[in-house]
Unconditional design. Structure first.
Length: 150
């Protein structure tokens, strides 16, 4: 048993890689995938160099693990789009921040409604009559916080 721990074979590395790939299926994120790649690389190296001792194998696995994680972080940042021509695509309500709107339902006790395009939005602010102009100053979920416009 100690000999297997101190001198893993190709099959040990392949088994470890399969364990990491299995964990990747169960766990969120992509962390275990890269450890699986490192274990696969270590196993392939052991297959090519069967005389490789246990200590270099573990050191190479550690190096492959860190290297694969660093490369993943580098390419993940580069591949993610940060700038887009529609930055608020999935946040429709953010388009109305700073806009002047007309109340479709009076603000009574701090709550009213505005109609924008084909939707009604709940507003919060100082009491105002129907038809009053208000400016959206803050958005909290689907609630617009508004101020009256003179």
């Amino acid at each position: 048993m100690n000999d297997e721990l101190y001198n893993p074979t190709f099959w040990h590395w392949l088994t470890l890689a399969c364990v990491f790939y299995g964990l990747e299926i169960l766990a969120p994120g992509v962390f275990f995938l890269w450890l699986g790649f490192a274990a696969t690389a270590s196993g392939l190296l052991k297959l090519v160099l069967p005389e490789l001792g246990w200590m270099p194998q573990y050191v190479l696995f550690a190096i492959f693990s860190v290297l694969s994680l660093v490369l993943w972080k580098k390419f993940a940042k580069r591949g993610s789009p940060e700038d887009t021509d529609q930055p608020q695509l999935n946040q429709r309500n953010r388009r109305y921040l700073g806009k002047t709107l007309v109340l479709s339902e009076a603000i009574v006790n701090g709550v009213g409604k505005v109609t924008v395009e084909d939707s009604q939005w709940k507003v919060s602010g100082t009491d105002a009559a129907v038809g009053s102009k208000v400016k959206v100053v803050q958005i909290e979920g689907s609630l617009f916080h508004v101020e009256p416009v003179q």
